[in-house]
Design a protein around this ligand. Structure first.
Ligand code: WT7
Length: 645
């Protein structure tokens, strides 16, 4: 619990905010909860619909059935581009792009972006992509990524973006899970000091085991020579040059799929989270407007990678639907040096900055001299997402970056929720460092106990949501039963988030972290089962158990307990081999930070690994192991404690 008094929004910020009185927030929130149909109908009117909906919402959590704006017809690309151009705003800036190299940047007006998107949509069409087909996008943060996404939405193709750091094996599995027909990639990528991330090579390796892939469309980013397989591989620039600049939009049903995005769960392979068209766009645009208090002309920069949901909702779809100026950055926070973020803020006069606690920690540890070198006076609002922010980090962000002028919005949400659910409204909500504060319009969070009882008032327990909101995922692609089992089975009638939370006496929510075996490494979600599976495939390894431990920069680090096969001794080469297997099977971001070899893992008599014990050891709380008497062999614990890394 924070010891400091809540931070009230500065008067001059509040004055110009869209929502700036508690009464106004209260009125809107209550109407969103008491009359959701009226509230959401009114909010949906902000978008362009070819046909209005017949009914606003229908849902049944027990069956995992969720429908919004039933019967409505719209198109995402039309809403994000054509609508603004037709209203005479074609020359306004849509996308600012900052390259990894500080000398490189680009900007696209709404007209320019529209024309690129239409050409790209024609490229997709002429290469056999039709409404409903899945297109996998495996790229770094270059403008063509956003263009490809919008082109898919224009013709009703469903994109599935795979984060550019994933290995070819991960890419292959994701392509195969949703049978993508096309793969869009780039020759190679530049990111920080890495000047040749082998994107096309990985794409080729993956595609060799992807029978559904008919075409690979490759953007030339670095000019690296790549293999082009005749009949399958095509170059972006050649196709775009030949493409017609006009492409009519497909009128999509509000519930037609928009995209699939894979995310890790506690068990099994990654789940293909499916988002649909109408509700998603209504919700992401509305939250973008109010949470970031977006006003016309504001320069908005979300530092996330589009390979994760934050980039989908709050670099591309929400901002563009609001005719915002949205920035996309190809590089990393510390390239060429630790001043890069602040240099970018100064160069582009960024007004709204949305980043992650892990980035704040990494920059904070380099001291205040970096931000002090640059003019940060353009900043008006700061945001964070991905994990709870610690008070010290919040204070640094507030004082050193925001100069105590900028409200901070700590936004809680998930890949599954599509948009921000718990957040301050910057013109109204007094913030408490470390708390995501209060629910957004239409969101009904509850705290449940072990038995599923709703707890009242100040309480701690499981965080669940009691009613549907428009951007909730609709299914796990290809496995609706898994959707129900994962999110609706444990607490029938609720959407279960997988997070624990505390609600304080002011009704503020404090996320305490995952209550399942999902790790949050630098804001990236990684399932322990996936890492264990990968380690287990290293030569000589018998078994592995993976838990998280507190890590200064990453928030959580990966701690792996590994047993070798009888007769096999682990040495330094084993560690390298494990790291390489994880890199190959998942990607470098899933590499364990610590590996402890152990003759045995702590198991119950039924053979279940007691992770609670491993977690305590990894955290260094060896005096809090609790009851170990149910272990088949309590003796293994002594060795585990002694050999702690
Ligand atoms: C998990 C979702 C959606 C954006 C990025 C992550 C954690 C997210 C916060 C926050 C505390 C947070 C939760 C959540 N999380 N935002 N503001 N405060 N925890 O998306 O990969 O789907 O991960 O990230 O544990 O369940 P994701």
């Amino acid at each position: 619990m924070s010891s400091v008094a809540p931070f009230k929004p500065a008067a001059n910020f509040a004055k110009k905010a869209h929502i700036n009185t508690q009464a106004e927030y209260q009125k809107l929130y209550e109407s969103s909860i008491n009359e959701p149909e009226n509230f959401w109908a009114e909010m949906a009117e902000e978008l362009h619909w070819f046909k209005k909906w017949d009914k606003v919402v229908e849902y049944d959590f027990r069956k995992g059935e969720i429908k919004w704006f039933i019967g409505g017809k719209l198109n995402v690309s039309y809403n994000c581009l054509d609508r603004h151009v037709l209203a005479g705003n074609g020359n306004k800036t849509a996308l600012l792009w900052e390259g990894n190299d500080p000398a490189e940047s680009k900007s696209y007006s709404y007209s320019e972006l529209l024309s690129e998107v239409q050409k790209c949509a024609n490229v997709l069409k002429s290469n056999g992509i039709k409404k409903g087909d899945r297109v996998c996008i495996y790229m770094q943060m270059i403008p063509e990524l956003a263009i490809a996404m919008l082109a898919c939405t224009r013709i009703g193709a469903v994109h599935s973006i795979v984060f550019g750091a994933f290995s070819s094996d991960s890419l292959r599995d994701r392509i195969n899970d949703s049978a993508c027909k096309m793969l869009i990639t780039q020759d190679s990528g530049v990111r920080g000091v890495k000047q040749d991330i082998p994107m096309k090579v990985n794409a080729d390796t993956a595609a060799a085991e992807c029978p559904s892939i008919e075409k690979i469309l490759t953007v030339r980013r670095t000019g690296l020579e790549v293999n082009m397989k005749s009949g399958r591989d095509i170059y972006w620039h050649e196709e775009m040059d030949a493409a017609d600049a006009e492409c009519p939009v497909e009128e999509m049903d509000a519930e037609d799929p928009l995209y699939i995005l894979y995310t890790s769960g506690s068990t099994g392979k990654p789940k293909g989270v499916l988002h649909t068209t109408g509700g998603y766009l209504v919700y992401t645009s509305l939250t973008h407007k109010y949470v970031f208090d977006y006003h016309e002309g504001d320069i908005y920069w979300c530092t996330a990678d589009i390979g994760w949901v934050t980039g989908h909702s709050y670099i591309v779809y929400g901002p563009l639907a609001n005719r915002a100026i949205t920035m996309m950055y190809e590089g990393v926070p510390n390239y060429p040096d630790y001043g890069r973020f602040w240099k970018i803020v100064e160069k582009h006069k960024v007004n709204i900055l949305y980043t992650a606690p892990t980035a704040i920690r990494a920059l904070m540890k380099e001291g205040t001299s970096w931000p002090e070198k640059y003019d940060l006076s353009s900043l008006q609002l700061l945001g964070t997402v991905g994990e709870p922010i610690k008070e010290a980090d919040w204070t640094w962000y507030n004082e050193v970056i925001g100069k105590k002028r900028c409200p901070i919005v700590d936004t809680w949400w998930q890949t599954e929720t599509g948009g921000i659910l718990i957040t301050p409204l910057p013109g109204v909500t007094a913030t408490k460092p470390g708390s995501a504060t209060i629910p957004f319009f239409g969101v009904l969070p509850v705290i449940l106990d072990e038995q599923g009882n709703e707890l009242e008032g100040a309480a701690q327990g499981y965080l669940a949501i009691k009613a549907a909101w428009p951007s909730l995922m609709r299914t796990v692609y290809g496995d609706h039963d898994r959707f129900i089992q994962t999110y609706f089975a444990r607490f029938p009638g609720y959407y279960f988030t997988g997070d624990g939370a505390r609600r304080d006496e002011d009704g503020y929510y404090w996320i305490t972290g995952r209550v399942d075996d999902v790790l949050n490494i630098s804001g990236h979600r990684i399932g322990t089962a996936e890492v264990e599976g990968a380690i287990g495939r290293t030569d000589g390894v018998a078994e592995a158990a993976v838990v998280g431990f507190p890590h200064d920069i990453k928030g959580q680090g990966i701690y792996a307990f590994v047993t070798m096969m009888t007769g096999v001794d682990a040495d330094d080469t084993t560690i390298t081999a494990i790291e390489n297997t994880v890199r190959k099977l998942i990607g470098p971001h899933a590499k364990p930070d610590k590996i402890q070899f152990t003759p045995a893992l702590p198991k119950t008599r039924s053979g279940k690994i007691m992770r609670r014990i491993l977690r305590k050891i990894a955290e260094g709380n060896v005096d809090q192991l609790g009851d170990i008497s149910t272990l088949a062999d309590p003796g293994v614990v002594t060795n585990l404690v002694d050999q702690r890394q």
